[in-house]
Structures are given as C-alpha cells and as structure tokens.
Design a protein around this ligand. Structure first.
Ligand code: GEK
Length: 243
C-alpha cells in the first residue's frame, strides 16, 4: 500500500481542473481518504464485520468503485462462508491495477477478482453482499435509481447492500454547520485553507451529493424492505439495506 502524503492541492493552481481518479491520486489515495472522510476506518471495519455475518455460501460479493480495495480487503479477511468470490470494480485503470496488486498481496480463502469496468454496465448477479462505499456520489444523478434497482435485483434474499456517501442537509443552517465541521476535521488533519478550497473547486462538478431522504427513497423504490443509516459523522453517512 502506498504511504504518500496528499499534497495535490497544496500549491496555488492558476486553474483548478476537475478532479480525476488518475495515477497521481492513486499514489496518495489512502492518505487522502483517511484525512478527508470522517469515520472512514470505522466504516471499512464495519463492512468487514457485516461480511462475516451476511456472506452466504456460493455467492458473489461486489465492491463497486473499489479504488484501492480497502473494503474488498476487509471482506476478504472476514468472510467465513464457503465458495464466495469478491468482485471489485473500478472504472479508473490506475485504481484497478493498483487494487489488484494490493488486494491479492494478502492470502485468504476467498478469491478477489479486480475488474476495470463501469459499474453501470458490468453484470451483477447472485450476490449476498454489495458495497458502494463513497461511489454513488460520482455517478450521474439520472443513472442513480437504475443502479439502485440493479443492485437490489442482483442480491439474493437476505443479501445486504452497504451504501456510504457524503450527503447534504436539506436545512440550509444545518447544511452550513455540517460543512463547517467537516472543514474543521480536514484542518485538524493538516489540510490548509488553500488545499480545502482548491479541492472543493476540483470536486464540485464531479461529486454530486444527495440528501439522506433521497437515498432512502431510492432504496425503497428499488424494492428494499429494510434500510437504516448505521453511521453518521457530520455530512458523511453509511446505511445498510437488506433484501
Ligand atoms: C473505498 N470504495 O476506499 N464505475 C466504476 N467505478 C467508478 C465509477 C463507475 N461508473 N465512477 C467512479 N468510480 C472506495 C472509495 S472513491 C471515493 C471510492 C472517493 C470510482 C472512481 O474511480 C473511484 O476509485 C471510486 O469510484 C470513488 O472504500 O475518493 O471519495
């Protein structure tokens, strides 16, 4: 795993280009996500715990938008069910290549196939667990309901879907406060105001958060019978839904 510090936005840039998951980001990704996403480690560890409980024999487990495979790895180390296969998918070549090296550097009974592909088009079936950890926010909003329905259809009965996202609050006062608390979190993790501002410019056309209510509505429309948020810190949350 790469140990580089994220300095991508530390110097002033004349024009800040839209954020991309390219080779430069791959190098600093573990540091970037740890310092930017409150609760990231808790969420990854809990995905591991849930995989011990929900993986069913002879099923697939999907990690959609896997980046460097932190969730795949947590699941690989915790799945007890027999003859499961983890399929980790990312549409960034740089991410998928590094993920393959990273995830498969560890020995475990459950195999992990890393695919370079678009989660909107890749086949999904016979799944007992599907993880979408901070990826839906990068999917075009018009495609999100279709993806939720595809996820629900791919799950076997009793299968679990874990969705983590940045959200925004409907109430403007609360929205502002949660944003502020998140910026304080980033400052406390060593990001300067310049880095925070430039990253925000880079990401604002690429990452489009929804409200929690919108996520729950989509899951309901997709046919999930049980859904609940299990984690929230500032404007970051994770929920689980069971078919
Ligand atoms: C983690 N889940 O560490 N198809 C496949 N991958 C995609 C698509 C798509 N259509 N769109 C975006 N991605 C990870 C973190 S990062 C979140 C996920 C973040 C991929 C994109 O290339 C990137 O690797 C990932 O989704 C989002 O648990 O950096 O905030």
């Amino acid at each position: 795993m790469t140990k580089e510090t994220d300095l991508i936005y530390s110097s002033p840039q004349a024009t800040v280009a839209d954020f991309r998951f390219d080779a430069k980001v791959v190098e600093v990704f573990p540091d970037m996500i740890k310092r930017s996403v409150p609760g990231y480690r808790t969420i990854i560890d809990t995905i591991g715990q849930l995989s011990a409980r929900y993986a069913q024999d002879n099923t697939n487990i999907y990690d959609l938008g896997c980046s460097l495979g932190a969730a795949s790895l947590a699941m690989r180390q915790n799945v007890n069910a027999k003859d499961c296969k983890i399929i980790a998918i990312d549409n960034s070549v740089a991410m998928a290549e590094r993920c393959d090296i990273h995830v498969n550097a560890f020995k475990a009974d459950t195999p992990c196939e890393v695919k370079h592909g678009d989660i909107l088009v890749e086949d999904m079936h016979n799944a007992s667990i599907i993880v979408l950890n901070f990826t839906l926010q990068f999917i075009e909003p018009a495609q999100r309901q279709r993806l939720m329905t595809k996820v629900a259809n791919a799950l076997v009965p009793g299968g679990i879907f874990i969705l983590s996202e940045k959200i925004y609050d409907q109430d403007p006062v609360c929205k502002e406060l949660l944003n502020d608390l998140h910026h304080n979190f980033k400052r406390a993790n060593g990001y300067s105001d310049l880095e925070i501002a430039q990253k925000r410019t880079a990401i604002e056309n690429v990452m489009l958060p929804d409200t929690l209510a919108k996520h729950l509505k989509r899951l309901d429309q997709a046919g999930f019978k049980h859904a609940t948020p299990w984690f929230q810190c500032f404007n970051f949350f994770s929920l689980l839904a069971i078919k």
